[in-house]
Design a protein around this ligand. Structure first.
Ligand code: ZN
Length: 274
């Protein structure tokens, strides 16, 4: 997981082409309708809950999905796997739109963050595996009493346990020990994100391992026979190649770039600069 650069200016505009709503923004209009419905029946909805209906043709519209995919370099916002070639990928809601749970064992609470169903800041491109886990509508907060269930309320008072791919920098919470993600000792948010999204699931670890292997092989070559003078030139060449390789692998468009950044900081930087 890495920080994603995404602003409101990046959102594609979907507008009505016919009167009477010609030129109006479809996502904004849909959000307005949901809010109007909520405020009209607020007492009833707050008391008994309600399952809101949402339109996937809007939040997962091709233009929206394509733009998210582009901004995320074709990678899942959580596990950083490249999705393009193996699956279609999903448009994921960071704050769950229909219902939410504080704990896995809780019952669903309705409605969820319905007013964010079409909110650009809340939408991400994700792989099906991460989305399915996330779709369980688990959205724990550090302090459940701060949960903001009013569409006009201030969401910044909530402290979600899951890392937000735009507002948080996952690098400050998650590191990798070779292919396995670990939370930093004082980050309960890194811990919750790894555990709830299954970022250390075996299949993913296996896939990361195969991406990592040739870099590890290269390191092993460099560390072989350190005291033999005849090997020096050979080691220098390998170091140059390692430097070029790792800088490409740490770029935001590279698959599993955070894993390579961790390895760079822990080991490769020292080897290259030595
Ligand atoms: Zn994923």
């Amino acid at each position: 997981m890495i920080k994603i650069q995404k602003t409101e200016a990046d959102r594609p505009s979907l507008t009505f082409s016919r009167k009477p709503r010609k030129g109006l923004d479809k996502l904004e209009e849909a959000t307005k309708a949901l809010k109007e419905h909520y405020y009209k029946h607020k007492a009833e909805i707050d008391k008994n809950g309600e399952k809101f209906e949402f339109d996937p043709d809007l939040y997962a519209h091709k233009d929206i999905k394509d733009r998210l995919k582009y901004l995320q370099h074709g990678k899942c916002c959580f596990c950083e796997a490249k999705i393009d070639h193996i699956a279609y990928g999903d448009v994921e809601h960071f704050r769950p739109k229909a219902a939410y749970k504080q704990l896995e064992s809780d019952d669903y609470r309705y409605p969820g963050y319905f007013w964010l169903a079409y909110d650009w800041d809340n939408l991400f491109f994700s792989c099906q595996m991460c989305n399915q886990r996330h779709k369980k509508n688990l959205f724990p907060l550090l302090d459940p009493d701060t949960r903001m269930l009013d569409p006009e309320g201030d969401l910044s008072i909530e402290n979600p346990l899951f890392l937000h791919p735009v507002h948080d920098n996952p690098e400050n919470h998650i590191v990798f020990i070779e292919e396995v993600p670990r939370h930093l000792p004082d980050s309960i948010r890194g811990k919750a994100t790894i555990e709830s999204l299954g970022l250390d699931r075996p299949k993913l670890n296996e896939d990361r391992r195969s991406s990592l292997q040739h870099v590890i092989d290269l390191i092993n070559i460099i560390e072989l026979y350190p005291d033999i003078p005849e090997m020096k030139e050979y080691h220098e060449q390998a170091k140059k190649y390692l430097a070029k390789t790792i800088f490409d692998l740490m770029k935001p468009n590279a698959e599993y770039s955070l894993m390579f950044k961790s390895l760079y900081k822990q080991k490769i930087k020292g080897i290259i600069e030595n």
